[in-house]
Design a protein around this ligand. Structure first.
Ligand SMILES: [Cu+2]
Length: 122
């Protein structure tokens, strides 16, 4: 009898917690996510600050990615993501679609050709 009371109160706390979680603002929710995110590095080619902005924007637009920073000198993208929501492969394909070759995917030639002159890295 005592056991089931304890069980019900545990469930009660859990349900209440889930409701509070849902009422959080998006900013609070992403702060919670950020703490649990996995860090990964991907080689991404680019040439200038416009490339940096484009690569980071494409990364952050992928559902499940909570942060992204591209470094021109090292040609690498450091990012945080949730393994339950997305994958390195998904992110790589999303970046390649915007005109930037990655270690996993090549950007389509027509998209690459449409990049501004300062962004030609090939
Ligand atoms: Cu550029």
């Amino acid at each position: 009898m005592k056991k089931s009371i304890i069980l019900f109160s545990v469930i009660g706390v859990w349900v209440a917690g889930a409701c509070v979680g849902r009422s959080n603002t998006p900013q609070q929710a992403s702060a919670v996510h950020r703490a649990e995110a996995t860090h990964a590095v991907l080689k991404v080619k680019g040439a200038c600050d416009m490339c940096k902005a484009r690569i980071e924007k494409a990364s952050k637009n992928v559902e499940g990615v909570t942060g992204a920073a591209w470094n021109r000198e090292t040609q690498t993208l450091h990012f945080q993501y949730h393994t339950s929501e997305t994958s390195v492969d998904t992110l790589s394909k999303a970046i390649a679609k915007t005109g930037h070759d990655t270690e996993k995917d090549k950007a389509p030639d027509d998209v690459y050709a449409a990049l501004p002159g300062c962004c030609r890295y090939r």
